[in-house]
Design a protein around this ligand. Structure first.
Ligand SMILES: Nc1ncnc2c1ncn2[C@@H]1O[C@H](COP(=O)(O)OP(=O)(O)OP(=O)(O)O)[C@@H](O)[C@H]1O
Length: 228
């Protein structure tokens, strides 16, 4: 039985005409947690963007949650994004609506219709991130850590096969970063697969996981406590 949710073989990652990473070979299996580290400009975000269909995979092969990245068409991208949860550094919540409506917006956009089922799902994911009582708050009424928890709840809505987190603690202070990391760790332990780009070596040392590094235009696995 196929066990991987992501597989790249001899992939080349481009930003326009610039080759950012070459010879990328990567397999992420169900239940894995990988950090993605590397100096600024080394290609972490470019790799992430390729994985969620924001950049086209031009060379090599790539398969993510059963989508072929090489032949991925614009109209398939929303379907790909239903099967992966994405968490960004800057949360990307809609400030003109409350937490509940932020989450309902995503459910409606991904095909949910039944109001009761949506309500149940929203309360379930908010409960998971410890924010059940704050569903009526607007994002700007929440702390940075709480906003990131909402973004994580949003990523969980469609029970994703893979969570891609691009610097999820990048805008948070060290204590809040630890709390968000503990949450991601819990989510991982509940069976989710996670790939997380980060600069935060304190987190990497405290929460040891397998680690990939972008360096010199290539990607490779490193020992767990490596520093940049
Ligand atoms: N939109 C873009 N157009 C052209 N080149 C880009 C674009 N975005 C990034 N690049 C270039 O691609 C390379 C990799 O950048 P990328 O953002 O993937 O690095 P990163 O490791 O995520 O850096 P950071 O840690 O600062 O976020 C850099 O040389 C960068 O200048």
């Amino acid at each position: 039985m196929k066990n991987h949710v992501l597989q790249l073989e001899n992939a080349e990652i481009y930003q326009r005409d610039n080759l950012v990473l070459s010879k990328v070979n990567l397999t992420i299996n169900k239940g894995d947690f990988y950090y993605l580290i590397g100096k600024t400009g080394s290609g972490k975000s470019s790799l992430m963007k390729t994985l969620y269909g924001d950049l086209q995979l031009q060379k090599g092969t790539g398969n993510i949650v059963d989508f072929d990245l090489k032949t991925l068409k614009e109209k398939q991208i929303p379907f790909l994004r239903r099967k992966i949860g994405i968490v960004f550094q800057d949360f990307k919540l809609l400030n003109d609506r409350n937490v509940f409506d932020n989450l309902q917006f995503v459910l409606k956009a991904t095909g949910w219709k039944d109001k009761e089922q949506m309500k149940e799902k929203i309360h379930e994911v908010l409960d998971k991130v410890g924010l059940k009582s704050k569903y009526f708050k607007k994002p700007y009424e929440l702390s940075g850590g709480e906003q990131q928890r909402v973004a994580i709840a949003r990523a969980l809505l469609n029970d994703p096969e893979l969570i891609l987190a691009d610097e999820p603690t990048g805008n948070l202070d060290p204590k809040t970063s630890m709390e968000v990391m503990e949450l991601l760790n819990e989510i991982h332990k509940s069976g989710k697969t996670i790939l997380m780009a980060t600069h935060d070596y304190q987190l990497i040392v405290k929460f040891k996981q397998k680690t990939l590094k972008c360096e010199g235009g290539e990607l490779f696995e490193v020992a767990q406590q490596a520093s940049a």
